[in-house]
Design a protein around this ligand. Structure first.
Ligand SMILES: NC(=O)c1ccc[n+]([C@@H]2O[C@H](COP(=O)([O-])OP(=O)(O)OC[C@H]3O[C@@H](n4cnc5c(N)ncnc54)[C@H](OP(=O)(O)O)[C@@H]3O)[C@@H](O)[C@H]2O)c1
Length: 286
């Protein structure tokens, strides 16, 4: 039996939807913290189990009879490392054999503007290694799905104003990551492996602007604005300080090339090339 956590979220739900096309639904379980959000999952025929990363006993109970757990990193930032350590401890206590963890694909962690936010993924991997459980690390680069968040909903009117310089990112569709995870979960040979889940090429914000221009028919400029101008504009638009800091962290890490590590692991796991920037921008801005 395979269990997927975070199954009410985007990545977990998509993974379960791919997984039940590959193996019988009665061999799949999901961990959710809110049963009301799991109606769609129940209809797929999977076993819905209730648990919370903050409550180890709930996890030990939910992981009974499970051989493999896909631990989707927590979106709850309060004691995130503690939550994930608890999930690893619970897996071990419940007799789970193999844990797969969705971390991050990036380089230069020590110097990265995102170290406080991303370091937890590598700390979790270390904790899993130390646990002695069989592991698979699925290190995710940035979702292509977040591009509209960074460029703004009115991008065709405003252009892209983001202090990311010429930094490049091998953006990847979240559904393609999920498809690859379902392939990994349902086939042998992934024990104690680390996969960098990235696109095969990287894209700059100038590339993003060019692709949006080509698909929308409107010329969209990329402006590598200063950090001060970016912060001022967001602040004047009423964006909370915390969110401004978070966006700036991603802009700076992008500019510094922290995510610029394209890789063919995802292509191998999918058995085809991942969608390109042109393809996913075409779907969003037509
Ligand atoms: N690579 C990227 O670009 C990128 C971007 C965004 C996020 N991420 C990371 O990737 C993860 C998956 O992405 P996503 O888009 O699927 O995020 P998402 O839609 O926010 O899903 C997060 C899932 O985690 C569950 N969760 C949160 N706190 C929990 C807790 N204390 N106990 C049990 N479950 C808990 C949520 O449950 P509820 O439905 O009950 O809230 C939800 O099912 C995120 O959690 C985040 O760590 C990566």
């Amino acid at each position: 039996m395979i269990l997927v956590t975070g199954a009410t979220g985007n990545l977990g739900k998509a993974t379960v939807e791919f997984l039940v096309k590959k193996i019988p639904a009665n061999e799949v379980a999901v961990l959710v913290r809110d049963a009301d959000k799991a109606k769609g999952l129940k209809e797929l025929g999977v076993d819905v189990r209730i648990g919370n990363y903050h409550d180890k006993e709930s996890l030990v109970k939910a992981f009974q009879g499970i051989e493999k757990v896909l631990l989707i990193s927590s979106s709850d930032l309060e004691d995130r490392l503690g939550q994930q350590k608890r999930a690893v401890d619970a897996a071990k206590e419940a007799g789970v054999k193999h844990i797969l963890y969705t971390g991050v694909s990036m380089q230069n962690l020590e110097k990265s503007a995102l170290k406080p936010f991303m370091g937890v993924h590598f700390d979790t991997e270390k904790y899993i290694l130390d646990s002695g459980l069989t592991y698979t690390f699925l290190r995710d680069n940035l979702y292509a799905d977040v591009i509209p968040v960074f460029v703004g909903q009115q991008v065709q009117e405003t252009g892209i104003n983001f202090p990311a310089g010429n930094g490049r990112v091998p953006y990847t569709l979240r559904t393609e990551m999920a498809e690859a995870f379902a392939n990994v979960l349902s086939s042998p040979g992934h024990e104690n492996k680390t996969y960098e889940i990235s696109n095969v090429e990287s894209y700059s914000y100038q590339d993003v602007a060019n692709a949006i221009s080509a698909h929308s028919g409107k010329t969209v400029a990329y402006n590598d604005v200063s950090v001060a101008d970016f912060s001022k504009a967001l602040s004047e638009a009423g964006v909370p300080e915390e969110v401004i800091g978070f966006s700036l962290g991603f802009a700076t890490a992008t500019k510094d090339g922290d995510f610029d590590i394209p890789n063919t692991h995802l292509e191998q796991l999918l058995g085809r090339k991942p969608s390109s920037l042109d393809q996913f921008i075409g779907e969003i801005y037509q």
